[in-house]
Design a binder for this molecule. Sequence first.
Ligand code: NAP
Length: 240
Amino acid sequence: MKRILLLGGTGDALRIARHLGAGHVYSLAGLGKVPDDLACAVRVGGFGGSEGLERYIEDEAITLVIDATHPYAAQISANAARASRAAHVPYWALRRPGWQPKAGDDWRMVADWDELTEALAPFRKPLFTLGREPLAHLDEIPPHQFWMVRCLDPYPDTARARILAARGPFALEGERALFALQAFDVVVSKNSGGSATEAKLDVARERGLPVVMLRRPELPAADREFEQSADLLDALQAAE
Ligand code: NAP
């Protein structure tokens, strides 16, 4: 019998998990919500690097690893590719395509936090939408800037930053209202792809705002790669 380990933490992964029966395992790092209405088993927390994951695959008699983690979660993807190879099980990956700039977009690509800070220097009121990382830099905010950081979990505001705890999906009207109220002059984003968080880019375009975009990390090659969860589910069904 096939026994799948699905690595998740994204909406796409949850969609796949809803199709898995008992006997399969959905794995989460433990940062977000843990679903309690799935037929498959749910486990939470790290494996202890690629060796820990290899051990887990062997101990749990996993026969297929599916990586549906976020495109910026490069560590777990690297671990999963290595562990699957070492344990001789196939490694499939959902690789959600990134967004492409459209006419009127002003994207400024950056590779890391240093480049990001440099690209933000001319601006006064950035909206950060790349998770928790800015929270580690709240004491480095230049005197001419006030930050708004939108991330999953609440965190105390400071004199120079407001932390907005919010979970996508974010609809266009809501984003328009937020941008109008807060008068951001730049948006900071990962190139996550998908529709759940794309509206901020539409509003940035409408308002003529630049977007400082963190480049995607390199991800390992998989035995099979899919762009859409529906295609992956079809392949699973065909493989049964
Ligand atoms: P990461 O840097 O690639 O992974 C860090 C460590 O977290 C991994 O080495 C692993 O610990 C553990 N881990 C990550 N995903 C796991 C999973 N699905 N099941 C069990 N352990 C997992 O990942 P990250 O960027 O911190 O993201 C953490 C999780 O949040 C991911 O599952 C990702 O899908 C989700 N997420 C990330 C982003 C983002 O922007 N990075 C956005 C939305 C959702 P061990 O080495 O101990 O196994």
